[in-house]
Design a protein around this ligand. Structure first.
Ligand SMILES: Nc1ncnc2c1ncn2[C@@H]1O[C@H](COP(=O)(O)OP(=O)(O)OP(=O)(O)O)[C@@H](O)[C@H]1O
Length: 343
């Protein structure tokens, strides 16, 4: 089944005095792979639980393909859910776990067998159908949990940090599997993670949540090349923050016009520039003279710290670049390399 559009309008949820989710207005496009990203406690799991119909929002509405699901029981909302822990039925076999939902729906015996068998094959679980789930590895258990959700052909697949308990190599394998499944089925997928690298790798769209609120929604590249706020830039590790001000659409720092255009109104602002967006040496762009203070080996590159008139700046250069601390150097800010955000 192909995916469905999911829309949240003014969605909020409190637990006592804690505002877990505040006024969330988001449209998750049909067929997208959306990462719900943010630090611990920002409201990701609460949002997912509301999408799944496990929690009722205090305010607002959630629709799937235009139909409100706020008062629809979780098993009828058209969503499939996989948690951090597989939560399989321990007394059932792999095959019985995967068939469970179909049996509940009174799907015919032959049809159930056909769908379960084909799902087990697809999940590299062929031959394990008769195993008790207690005899499986962590990765196999999580594949059974995925199979159990997907065999029902949900319109929306909801995944809450599904691989966080697996080791690094297995996580990479499972990400590839989930991405391939998404490509094959087109099922709208919402994937909760606190890991920015995982979100960038797996998703076509990221919804960043900070303190219960949406703090940016767009393709992964957007958060690198045009972060919507200082907080969003910091979450993605912007690298350099140059304080300054906007006057008539131009950003200046320490009286220097860095030729960065912005639509922001006049007032204090910060130019965020990733370490890899600054250039070492005089190339086309805004030259920034300074003194090389330190050099740090970072595995795939060197990170240089340069003292300049606009503050201490970090830039990445290839390993092997000839650098000598204490010497005068020139960095370049290429046109459009930074983003001006409100302070
Ligand atoms: N059942 C609950 N009762 C009380 N407070 C809750 C409950 N569930 C969540 N919260 C609070 O709501 C806020 C958001 O929690 P949520 O679990 O949605 O965040 P999260 O981003 O998923 O965090 P994590 O990555 O740590 O799972 C937190 O402050 C949390 O303590």
């Amino acid at each position: 089944m192909s995916g469905a559009e999911v829309a949240l309008t003014g969605v909020g949820k409190h637990f006592g005095d804690t505002a877990a989710v505040v006024d969330l207005d988001v449209v998750v496009p049909a067929g997208s792979f959306t990462a719900l990203l943010g630090p611990s406690g920002c409201g990701k799991s609460t949002t997912l639980a509301m999408l799944a119909g496990l929690l009722r929002p205090d305010t607002g509405d959630i629709t799937i393909e235009g139909r409100s699901v706020v008062d629809v029981p979780a098993d009828r909302s058209g969503t499939g859910l996989v948690f951090q822990k597989p939560l399989l039925f321990p007394h059932l076999t792999v095959e019985q776990n995967v068939a469970f939902g179909l049996r509940m729906r009174r799907t015919g015996r032959a049809e159930t067998r056909r769908r379960v068998d084909s799902m087990l094959e697809r999940m590299w679980l062929g031959g394990l159908g008769d195993r008790r789930v207690g005899e499986l590895s962590g990765g196999q258990e999580q594949r059974v949990a995925l199979a159990r959700a997907l065999v029902l052909q949900p319109a929306v697949l909801l995944l809450d940090e599904p691989f966080s308990q697996l080791d690094a190599a297995l996580r990479v394998e499972m990400r590839t599997l989930v991405k391939d499944l998404h490509t094959e089925s087109g099922t709208t997928t919402v994937f909760v993670t606190h890991d920015q690298a995982e979100a960038v790798e797996i998703a076509d769209t990221i919804l960043l949540m900070l303190d219960g609120r949406a703090a940016g929604h767009g393709p992964p590249e957007m958060f690198y090349t045009a972060p919507p706020s200082l907080a969003a830039a910091r979450f993605f590790g912007a690298g350099n923050e140059i304080p300054g001000a906007v006057r008539a659409g131009r950003f200046t720092a320490q009286g220097l016009d860095l030729h960065q255009e912005t639509g922001l109104p006049d007032g204090p602002a910060v130019l965020v520039v990733r370490q890899e967006a600054l250039r070492w040496g005089a190339v086309p762009g805004e030259p920034i003279p300074g003194t090389l203070e330190s050099v740090r080996f970072a595995g795939t590159h060197l990170v240089l710290q340069i003292r300049s008139a606009i503050g201490l700046l970090a830039v990445q250069v290839p390993v092997g670049t000839a650098v000598e601390p204490g010497t005068g150097v020139v960095l370049t800010l290429p046109p459009g390399a930074g983003t001006v955000v409100a302070a």
